[in-house]
Design a protein around this ligand. Structure first.
Ligand code: NAI
Ligand code: MG
Length: 393
């Protein structure tokens, strides 16, 4: 039997992950789940939000299902550390970013697919003055480990870094700025990682029948990094004669989101641009309650909803949050390990529940979150799971 490392994390991660496991069981997916400690509690108690024992579990079992974690800025994190651990040099880092780096989970996939009847679907005005609801079916491929989020940055850069930058012809306008008044972030892209993410995007397009792959960058301005992404995409495209390669600029793409989102199949981008574009597409298909994701490396893969721990709602019992993003992330896991039949069965059941509209969490009813949502007709997280389980065939 397969073993899955279940890492609920913090807040609503502790709510939606067990619901996903309940659904997977009901759908007939046979697996054993081992619990992985991760999140704020372990930062506070141990000075490490990603304990080594959790890394060991993933190393052993390879597949992780993750809920969400709470992250806080450096100072707030230091204040919440157990008194006996303070001033011992512990520094907080986000455990999900840690996982991506530790296992080189460089390929992040975020599918954004409209479900029929979802009241949160994007609607635009049509030429005849009426309304139309474009059905979005896009998968965003985000390079997950490099680019602007790689963390190579300084305020008041060291002398040698400063000196190296000063060799650049465009440095002139900064030449008189004191180092201590300067903050620098770098955007590093390697050929290896760019090739991996772009090839993965084309492979996905081929596997799931998408007719186009769009490189969403800004090569006219970021000539080197975006330029490298685009030129590698052009090379790889040669191997996929049936798939069109489009390229768009990130800013224009954000505008086109509201114009013709249904045209885009697979979209591929660097870390930050992928982050932006995937939130943009997620907004068209229902937002955080529907946005699923996968972080895939050569050996290990971790599947998680895009949303965080939603601390506002973590104490509500029963819970009000939408578990669908977590369910769809679990389906991505199933697809990844070749359990496509179970995955399709679950996705169909979710689609039916959404279309039928009898069981809806507060977000689908556009209510303000809180304990009152139940009197207003919203269902609980658990009731939504029950509704999906009832539709499994
Ligand atoms: P968040 O995603 O936790 O919540 C923002 C808002 O979105 C919530 O208040 C709620 O209104 C809505 N929402 C989120 N998930 C929902 C769901 N399943 N159903 C219905 N509504 C939902 O983001 P926020 O508030 O910015 O961050 C809260 C904490 O989560 C922070 O500590 C942050 O660092 C962390 N975070 C963790 C992530 C992760 O674990 N991968 C990702 C994003 C944030
Ligand atoms: Mg984001």
């Amino acid at each position: 039997m397969r073993t899955i490392v279940a890492m609920p994390g913090d807040g609503i991660g502790k709510v939606v992950l067990p619901e996903a496991i309940r659904l997977l069981d009901a759908a007939g997916f046979k697996a054993e789940y081992v619990h992985g400690d991760i999140g704020w509690e372990f930062w506070q108690k141990e000075g490490n939000a990603l304990p080594q024992r959790t890394i060991d579990l993933l190393e052993e079992h390879k597949i992780g299902l993750f809920g969400a974690i709470t992250s806080k800025p450096k100072d707030a994190a230091a204040e919440e550390l157990a008194p006996e651990l303070r001033d011992k040099g512990y520094v907080y880092f986000s455990p999900i970013v840690g996982l991506r780096q530790r296992f080189n989970l460089d390929i992040c996939i975020r599918p954004c697919v409209s479900l029929k009847g979802n009241p949160l679907n994007f609607i635009r005005r049509s030429a005849d003055g009426g309304f139309e609801e474009p059905m979005v079916n896009t998968a965003i491929f985000r390079q997950n480990t490099e680019g602007l989020y790689a963390g190579i940055e300084w305020t008041n850069p060291p002398e040698n870094v400063h000196a190296a930058l000063a060799t650049h012809p465009k440095w002139k306008k900064f030449a008189d700025v004191p180092k201590e008044e300067m903050a620098i972030s770098t955007r590093i892209i390697t050929k290896t990682a760019a090739t991996r993410i772009i090839r993965a995007a084309f492979e996905y397009a081929k596997k799931f029948g998408y007719s186009n792959v769009t490189v969403c960058e800004k090569p006219n301005v970021l000539r080197e990094t975006s330029g490298m992404m685009l030129s590698i995409a052009k090379q790889i495209k040669e191997e996929y004669p049936d798939i069109d390669l489009w390229d768009t600029n990130i800013d224009a793409q954000m505008m086109w989101l509201t114009k013709n989102p249904e045209d885009y199949g697979v979209v591929v981008a660097e870390n930050m641009f992928g982050d932006i574009i995937s939130d943009g597409f997620a907004g068209l298909i229902g937002g955080l309650g529907f946005a699923c994701s996968a972080n895939i490396g050569d050996e290990v893969a971790v599947f998680e909803p895009t949303h965080g721990s939603a601390p506002k709602y973590e104490k509500l019992d029963p819970s009000i949050v939408n578990p669908i993003a977590m369910f769809l992330s679990a389906c991505m896991m199933l697809d990844h390990i070749g359990e496509n039949e179970v995955s399709d069965k679950i996705k169909k059941a979710i689609a039916e529940v959404v279309e039928e509209g009898k069981a809806r969490t507060y977000d689908m009813m556009k209510l303000r979150g809180g304990p009152k949502v139940f009197e207003q007709g919203a269902c609980t997280t658990q009731e939504l799971t029950d509704a999906v389980i009832a539709k499994l065939k």
